[in-house]
Design a protein around this ligand. Sequence first.
Ligand code: ME8
Length: 635
Amino acid sequence: MTTQRRFYLTTPIYYVNATPHLGHAYTTLIADTICRYRRLAGDSVYLLTGTDEHGDKIAQAAAKAGVPPQEYTDRIAAEFRKTWDRLGVRYDDFIRTTEPRHKAVVQEILQRLWDSGEIYFGKYGGQYCYGCERFYTEKEIVDGKCPDHQTPLVHIEEENYFFKMSKYQDWLIKEIESRSDMIRPERYRNEILGFLREPLTDLSISRPRTRLEWGIPLPFDDRYVTYVWFDALINYVSALGWPDGSLFREFWSHAQHLIGKDILKPHAVYWPCMLRAAGIEPYRRLNVHGYWGLGGGKMSKSIGNVVEALALADKYGHDAFRYFLLREMVFGLDANFSEEALVARLNADLANDLGNLVSRATTMIQNFGGGAVPTFGAETPLEAELRASLEKARGEVHEAMQEFAFHRALTAVWEFIGVVNRYVDGTAPWTLARAPAQAERLRTVLYALAESLRCLSILLAAFLPPTAERIRALLGLGGEPFSLADLEWGRLAPGTQVAKATALFPRVEQGGGRQKIPGHRGSKKGAREMISMDDFSKVDLRVAQVVAAERVEKSKRLLKLTVQVGDETRTLVAGIAEHYASEELVGRKVVIVANLEPATLMGIESQGMILAASDGSSLALLALDRDLPPGAKGS
Ligand code: ME8
């Protein structure tokens, strides 16, 4: 008997009247993240996505494009698949509602409901919105218009088939009340319970073919096609091969749906009633997220910039894009998308905290440990703190992921990254490397750093898959299978060869350009981002004495400086040649950033940055107003 837990997750099936945009990408990327996490935890996972291809909206879009609906839907469905492949989404099935396997199940369910008296034929008149393809009740109408489209509603009267949804109202209320996690976060559960305080009406489930051809014909009356929502919701079981497919038997009782708040009602009201009427057990959970806005405005497919937002994934890298979406939105609440905010997170969290740590740690293992994971000696409280922090992050990530709280999971991982960064500063391996008596201590520290990176690669794997794989490759673990169970300290074998990292996430200047060279940062316009004391304390400022200076060949701006920092000698490349002659610098004491990731300029590695101030035209080096020895620490 296997004890493996099962997890069946669905995304909405997206309308093919437009190409994929940021909102679609968000839902699909978080679905991918949670599924990757559950797979790492050892669960048996099935992720379904797909496209919703019938109805008026699609028929109209096809007509506008001047192609038959099937050809049109083939084209856009392929576009969706391509986008998910490009973004690295690992789905198990992609269902299209125009596929025979889906149509057959819709018709089978309709026939069963008709046979058992769950559907009746009736007349209905009311205010109809063609955009939404639904009738609106008096209460919902705003100024005589559709609340969603703000277009005038049309009074239509027609004979249609109705599903007896109202009879399930009491059952549904009890179901939601007795299962506190059936709809979450809580606010959406409350919203639906509030809605159910009013009497539920029956649901019109057909559209006359005289008005709409593009749909699944009712099996008991081919003058009608199926209402698009009744057709679409069924994808969640048709994809599993209801009624007797093995996937259905294996996964349905573990079903969780993931949707945006815009489609709460069909999922929280229509769908459970439909399932109940068809004799299928209700889904386990409905997970509802908020809406992305762009610069405060509501996003809609008609606005071109939602598509541009997706283009930023290519501009800044798929992992940076994914990180931003996961980190920025509190699951369940709305959030705002902007390129500036994405770049700020990329620079602060990815380039600075994570990227720097990986490059510092691997560089030190190269420089001070000969490029291999060393054996380690006795531990001190500093290593114990690292382990405790890892345990804490692991526990918090696990808890957060039960609630789809991606932002909390990532905050926990970044707390661990902060602890490891402080460990580097606290243990100062560069100092240990100069004291032969500290050789064993140095080995222990370097081991702890390599092991921290290995654990980070596991913690990050569901969130930033390619980045996690790159870190693993640096540690010689590329391609090796792993799971959350490997998050146990001490599993990295001494002797493993470690490669030196190139920047995982190059910094980006706001506005899109790459980082400027050290010593020559132009003055930036506008307000700067605030940083915390914690951020500032990561900057290692030191007094350094210039012992030699020369112009860099073929460069007008660059000087190569040799400086003494404590008993260490370093090379710096600074863009100050237009302001200082090399001779006047020798002997001077300056202030440098000593822990800046090395950068190569005109073929010379610069191992720090000299501090200067500039008003845009003249430039002055920062100096001490009282004498201190080289190596003194700035604060
Ligand atoms: O509603 N912010 O399809 P759809 C966050 N076919 N998520 C967003 C978003 C935004 N601004 N805009 C869209 C349909 N989404 C139906 C679904 S399911 C049986 C049928 C995401 O193409 C979010 O997941 O309009 C939302 O629920 C979904 O796209 C709507 O996609």
